[in-house]
Write a new protein. Sequence first.
Lengths: 231, 247
Amino acid sequence: MRHICLSFLFLVLSTACLSQISGYLGKRFIVHADLTVPLLERGYHIGAEYAFTRKIGMSMGFSQISRTIRGTTLSLPGEKITFSGQQLDFTFKRYFIKAFTAPRGGYLLVHLRAGQGDVEGLAKKTALSNPPAQASDLLLINITNVNVQSWGLGMGYQYMFNRRFTFDASFRFGVNNLGGIPDEKARDAFQEFAIYNQFSFTNIAGIGNRLNFYGRPIGLSGFVSIGYLLF
Amino acid sequence: MKNTSLMYILLPILMFQFGCNPGQLIVERSNSDTTPSKIDKVISINPEFTSINLFRKNEERIMPDEGKREMFNQVLKKNAKESGIELVIYDSDHLKVTDTDYFNYLLPLRQQILRSNLSQNSAFDRKSKNLGGHSSPQTWTFIENPIFDSDYSWLSDKYGTRYFALHGVISLAYKRRALLGMAIFFPPVGLYYLIRPQYRSIYYSFLVDVKKGEVVYRELREFGGEFSKNNLEAMVFDSFNILNQQP
């Protein structure tokens, strides 16, 4: 991860001398913060975006989240999962409105995210298709250093206002992968809980998360962030 | 958690509504042999801001917008200055009694420039130049610059520059298509479409060298959306920035 961060930094510095790319009013570097993370995941997210060319931008961010998801009325009472951890994310943006230059306008994105955290809570042991389970079927989950990866594709729009401020809204379909849980039962219980309760580990998952893609939940996520054009 | 699901449904719809519109950017310019490396001063003749609203009655459809025109003038001046170009604007709203040159020479020159750009099909060099970076718009280089009447060459001595420009904006509002489908499948969006027109906005600029009687740069930008000061600033800054890049 450290190598990726350093590569990003060197790439930014090496392309800063490309005079032909005007950016928005000559500025191409944005620092931003995601608003959905403090609102929905009790954490924070900070990041930076740089427009490498007239059409390509890349964003890197760090988030710290602590999130508790309680089971729905259909699941067992007391069923809940808390995830707390740190994540790094990279987003490649391809801006497509030709009249403007990056980092302004609509874009398509590829999103990669990786992180580590702790999971604790109670989740149902048995599969969803089984007859209604009893409270004794709840499995205590307490696992540390869980690896999380996700990637997604989507699109968004970045607005500018007051010449310096940015407002970025995007959505993306993502696949989440959970690793590092040696206990298979705990892993299955967690996966099932995630799918059933529309919970995505790394994103705020929506309707799509009921689907299960080769054992990995896929979800539709929305992100809204504000930022400041530095230079 | 359930409450947030609505956001995830609405967000993609809004994105497609506002985002899926690549528009276009066309830049055509003279080759490096005939264009100097730096343009210091440009005279802009009567920048125009025209709003065409097809939602209105016939006689009110084409409306010159004075307020927006003033804003457009300010944006032009500000961004030209930031790009290191001194822009002097001569427009019909700020004329003095002594400004007879405007009607005698500048307005006919403006008509000449428009006529020459409309009437001449130019051939372009096959080696078009990328504006910077992967898959970005390209500039097209004239093999021979479009020409116009050379009787205006003396203006370069009087105004202290050989470069004269036309800048303009056309904002078009019209009814949307596919209203019925939207009304059936997404009633709130369909209703919104009925109330609010669809916009297309066009920004254009021409730059001519009056000493040689040649068009050296022309540009057209178009996107689906309403003009705002922010949109305009983004385009005008980029336009002046390209102007001072070596072709």
